[in-house]
Design a protein around this ligand. Structure first.
Ligand SMILES: Nc1ncnc2c1ncn2[C@@H]1O[C@H](COP(=O)(O)OP(=O)(O)OP(=O)(O)O)[C@@H](O)[C@H]1O
Length: 611
């Protein structure tokens, strides 16, 4: 069975390894189960001895002896049963130790949002099932034929009754599985959807309240819950029908075996002691089937969860690939024919994007909303893997470096600052102390990064300075403060490639000046800097400009050259035919209002949208 569960696809090695590490637990649990099942024969043998030897002869000594042996055997049974349960529990704990971190790492690496983002919950299902009654029932199941054999040994008629009864029970169990499996899968997926929706609403409670969406979101929640509980109830009802029938059949079989054995005893074909023994043997033979039916939902859920985990690991296979250590990069960025297409969309969001940037160069990226700037930033930051093309740092594809090792060289400020619960210092140092960096080094790095970002003074002015604690999702700072702390985080450890996605969207004048200094400082020490901006102030001093349109590069080159072309393509005053559509002429250096770009320093026109 273990072999069938062992995943073999590339990337799933950690799962297979963890299962193999628990092999001895499973093996010992199987051995103990064998002993437990043998010891379950004790009451049968005891009864036969009492009725066939003690009662006819009145031998009290024999009674004492067989009782002592029976008590000892039952004690051993209880001990072994406890031990096998404990072994399986420990197997679950070992799986947790070996896999929990890896599951989380794979979730972080997962590119598309998929149900496997709840992977830790899926993993808990598997762990719970391993330590649960269902697994023990699976270990007991192979003993059914042995008990059946014992019934045949007592008398062929008793064997036949057990065989036929067991067969009907097995058929019912199979029908149960066939009927409940699809219902259970539906119940599990609706439950997962209901939980995710609930978490989403709880996380945005403030917006829900302020927008007066209480009633509508509660109504949607309740409806989702109703669907989930209805699906669950449907599965339970279907399963309940079968478990009721199975219970009825088992009790009837037990009584029938008593009756049949009594008849055979009256006819002198078996001893009186065999009457109760027959009933006990039969119930032991069919008990695993009944147990399995009861534990089936959790086993099915665990199997489905294991499949999801296998898919998650196979889909993130590159995480644990062996890689050669490469020299420290200098910051030479090459973007080669990058194409990105998000799942469930018709056209790609980036198409054949290609450009290069040298260490120390700064690139401004502009373009209308939805033109693909953020998508490009995510690709360059290593956050999003393109479907085609490559991004190289000093000639090596991003994939050539392990995720965290690559991130060490890249500073990324996402469009939404995305800070985390923890101190400001921990946020800036990217929680380095959690992975063994000593406190002093992390402190020094955090302060240096904050100074480079021009955020040191701002942080010192906070009530607890660098030790100020942020709440979930980095709550506790203003949008501008959060952006400046996130800039410091991007600059932590002097990355050679800096990717800033609208870094000035929430900044005041002081913040924007600090940002400009940070960009120029990073470029001066040799970092390549990519800045995406709608507000043009920050682009006034970049070396190169890149203009995106519909997921493609429209213009790219030295800043002045690109500005010149932009000006050349701006429409003349209304009435002049044959002019390109989207920008008004600007004074001085700047194209006044290219789509998605506010006027550069000195220009005064408001931005215009592409028509
Ligand atoms: N996760 C996603 N799934 C599907 N489509 C997406 C996803 N993220 C972005 N898009 C689509 O990709 C396109 C580019 O989006 P992107 O965020 O890169 O634009 P942008 O130029 O940064 O816009 P803005 O200036 O408004 O931030 C848009 O059409 C958007 O709808």
């Amino acid at each position: 069975m273990l072999k069938n569960l062992l995943p073999s696809k590339p990337g799933t090695e950690p799962l297979a390894e963890a299962l193999r590490a628990c092999k001895s637990h499973f093996l010992w649990a199987a051995i103990f189960s064998a002993l437990v099942n043998l010891l379950y024969l004790t009451p049968t043998l005891y009864m036969m001895q009492v009725y066939d030897r003690v009662v006819p002869t009145g031998g009290l000594m024999t009674l004492v002896l067989v009782t002592v042996v029976a008590v000892f055997a039952l004690g051993a049974l209880a001990g072994l049963d406890w031990l096998r349960g404990r072994l399986m529990l420990r197997a679950g704990l070992r799986l947790d130790r070996m896999l929990a971190g890896k599951v989380l790492a794979r979730v972080v690496d997962l590119q598309a949002k998929a149900p496997s983002t709840q992977a830790l919950r899926e993993f808990d299902n598997v762990r719970g099932a391993i330590g649960g009654q269902g697994m023990l029932a699976l270990f007991d199941a192979p003993w059914t034929p042995i008990y059946l054999g014992c019934c045949f040994l007592l008398h062929p008629m008793l064997g036949l009754l057990t065989l036929v009864g067991g067969g009907i029970l097995f058929t019912l169990a199979w029908l149960n599985e066939r009927d409940t499996r699809p219902r259970l899968s539906k119940a599990i997926s609706s439950q997962n959807q209901a939980y995710s929706a609930q978490e989403g609403i709880a996380g945005q409670a403030e917006v829900v309240r302020a927008l007066g969406m209480r009633q509508s979101s509660i109504a949607r929640q309740v409806e989702q819950r109703r669907q989930a509980t209805a699906a669950q109830a449907d599965a339970q009802l279907a399963g309940g029908r079968y478990s009721g029938a199975i219970k009825f059949l088992r009790l009837t079989l037990q009584s029938a075996s008593l009756g049949l054995a009594a008849y055979l005893a009256v006819k002198g074909e078996i001893s009186p002691g065999s009457i109760i023994a027959a009933s006990v043997l039969l119930s032991r033979a069919v008990a695993p089937i009944e147990q399995l039916v009861g534990a089936w939902p959790s086993l099915v859920q665990a199997m489905a969860s294991w499949k999801t985990l296998t898919e998650l690991f196979a889909g993130t296979a590159s995480v644990e690939r062996e890689r050669t250590n490469l020299p420290d990069p200098k910051g030479r960025l090459q973007v080669e024919g990058v194409t990105v297409k998000f799942p469930d969309t018709e056209a790609p969001q980036l198409r054949g994007v290609a450009f290069a940037l040298k260490p120390g160069e700064t690139l401004g990226v502009v373009g209308a909303s939805g033109s693909g700037k953020t998508t490009l930033a995510r690709v360059i930051a290593g956050a999003l893997r393109p479907q085609a093309g490559a991004v190289r740092l000093d000639g090596a594809e991003f994939e050539a470096r392990e995720g965290d090792e690559l991130a060490r060289w890249i500073g990324y400020l996402p469009q939404v600052p995305s800070l985390f619960a923890g101190s400001i210092k921990d946020n800036i140092s990217r929680f380095a102390t959690s992975v063994g960096v000593d406190q002093e080094t992390a402190d020094r790095g955090a302060v240096a990064a904050a100074q480079a970002a021009g955020a040191h003074e701002l942080i010192l002015r906070l009530p607890n300075g660098y030790d100020s604690m942020l709440g979930p999702f980095g709550q506790g700072l203003s949008a501008g403060q959060a952006q400046r702390v996130a800039l410091a985080r991007a600059l932590y450890n002097d990355p050679v490639l800096l990717v800033l996605d609208e870094p000035n969207s929430n900044l005041d004048q002081e913040g924007e000046a600090a940002l400009m200094q940070a960009i120029l400082g990073a470029a001066a020490r040799g970092a390549a800097v990519v800045v995406i901006a709608h507000r043009a102030g920050v682009l006034a001093r970049v070396d190169r400009l890149l203009m995106m349109r519909d997921g493609m590069i429209q213009l790219e080159g030295p800043r002045e050259e690109v500005l010149e072309k932009m000006r050349a393509t701006t429409p003349r005053p209304a009435g002049q035919p044959g002019q390109p559509v989207h920008a008004a002429p600007a004074g001085g250096h700047a194209p006044a209002a290219q789509p998605g770009m506010a006027p550069m320093a000195g220009a005064t026109q408001p931005p215009r949208r592409a028509q």
